[in-house]
Ligand binder design. Structure first.
Ligand code: ADP
Ligand code: MG
Ligand code: MG
Ligand code: MG
Length: 402
């Protein structure tokens, strides 16, 4: 095969592709290839040479989403993912996988194999702790979000980045799945029946909440503040004790910086609710919850601290350097973070894409209670966002419910 025309590859194709198109394996390599994707959109292949121990990952974008053939998604997302991973590796060295090759015909990229790490959601479901996570993820977010903003970048260069990372299909997915469908009885929602009535009375009948959500949707669509990762949940994070690697930035586009931070907080909170719901040993449960709570607090407070420091060091815009603008700008980001935390808690409970932290709660009453907590805290983070400025403010919301 020549690979000069796009088709979706299977394991045999990818093996052949690796041998004939990539100049990385030895002549006497003993290669095996396995599809290991578990996401909603793409195909991920791992190729191992058992002779040398060398391995790599090939990720290919298909023309429709894996989660639903009705969702058509431009394969250009693989270009966006490859390009942004290279950029993020410059802005936040060591916190993303290396990209070795991008193939615009096959819509696939070749990247570093991170199989010595675990997907963070899985590790959190095993109730493991990662004391360095808050430090790593806050560095990643400050570096990628502040350094791609107009505060630091030449404004024309930034506008060119806005152009090259425009991603209409994936933006539409977020606009629909996060900002629209969970807020009415949309057929595409996936609602756990015991939760339906509460969703109706607590959210869908609450016009004040719907108005705030509408404001947030237009903010998401029209505020080209920072180059976002765009899908920064615990399934997009590889982790081990001393290392954190952020993967899967195909949703990247210019949007409000708080979008990424809010995703991180919401998914720590799902892990917290999971621990509270299923861990039987009280001491272990309280230890896990305490670590998750302090991680949420640290993510916000470390973000604040590193952001202000980098702002002082790197801001180039004359007006941005006017005293106190940095605080104003940061406070807005943290308020947006609160809103997105709330939106994510709601959309992962009612919308099309759920999280295992909640769906794996086997007892139906316990799960219904957990979902109710997600919706209650979700609304509190949205409606109370103007008062949310510090890590302490965030964990106070949690403490009000659990
Ligand atoms: P999708 O865009 O479909 O969600 P992901 O990039 O999240 O795809 O990858 C899906 C899965 O493939 C991950 O959960 C992980 O198990 C595996 N995977 C992805 N990238 C790598 C990598 N660089 N190294 C090892 N495994 C990976
Ligand atoms: Mg993914
Ligand atoms: Mg995944
Ligand atoms: Mg993805």
């Amino acid at each position: 095969r020549e690979y000069n025309e796009y088709f979706t590859m299977d394991e045999t194709d990818v093996l052949d592709y690796a041998v004939t198109r990539l100049n990385v394996f030895d002549q006497d390599a003993k290669l095996a290839c396995k599809e290991i994707g578990d996401g909603n959109l793409n195909y991920v292949f791992r190729i191992i040479d058992s002779a040398s121990g060398k391995s790599l990952i090939i990720k290919q974008a298909g023309p429709v989403a894996r989660i639903s053939a009705d969702i058509k998604v431009s394969t250009d997302r693989n270009r966006i993912e490859s390009e942004i991973l290279k950029l993020q590796n410059e802005l936040a060295p060591g916190l993303v996988p290396q990209i070795y090759n991008y193939d615009p015909v096959m819509n696939c990229c070749v990247m570093e194999d991170l199989s010595d790490h675990d997907i963070m959601r899985k590790a959190l479901l095993e109730h493991r702790q990662f004391p360095l996570f808050a430090d790593h993820i806050s560095t990643f977010m400050v570096n990628t979000l502040l350094l791609t903003s107009d505060v630091v970048m030449d404004h024309k260069a930034k506008k060119n980045l806005v152009k090259s990372f425009i991603n209409p299909d994936l933006c539409e997915i977020s606009e629909d799945l996060v900002y629209t469908e969970p807020f009415y009885d949309c057929p595409r929602n996936d609602i756990f029946e015991p939760t339906r009535e509460f969703a109706q009375s607590f959210l869908w009948d609450d016009e004040a909440l719907l108005l705030e959500t509408a404001k947030l949707k237009f903010e998401f669509m029209n505020h080209a503040q920072s180059l976002l990762h765009g899908d920064l949940h615990s399934g997009s994070i590889f982790i081990k004790e001393d290392s954190t690697k952020i993967i899967d930035p195909e949703f990247a586009f210019y949007g409000p910086a708080g979008y990424d931070i809010g995703n991180v907080i919401a998914h720590l909170l799902f892990a917290y609710i999971n621990a509270d719901s299923v861990m039987e040993n009280p001491a272990a449960r309280e230890a896990q919850k305490a670590w998750l709570l302090s991680s949420m607090k640290d993510v916000i407070n470390m973000f604040r601290e590193k952001f202000l420091k980098m702002f002082q060091e790197r801001a180039t815009d004359r007006m941005a350097r006017i005293p106190s603008f940095d605080q104003y700008y940061l406070n807005q980001i943290i308020q947006d973070t609160s809103a997105v935390t709330g939106l994510e808690l709601i959309r992962r409970t009612l919308g099309l894409a759920h999280v295992k932290d909640i769906t794996s709660i086997a007892d139906a009453d316990t799960r219904a209670y957990a979902e109710k907590l997600c919706l209650q805290m979700g609304k509190a983070f949205i409606m109370g966002r103007s008062g949310m400025l510090t890590g302490e403010d965030f964990i106070q919301v949690v403490a009000n419910y659990i």
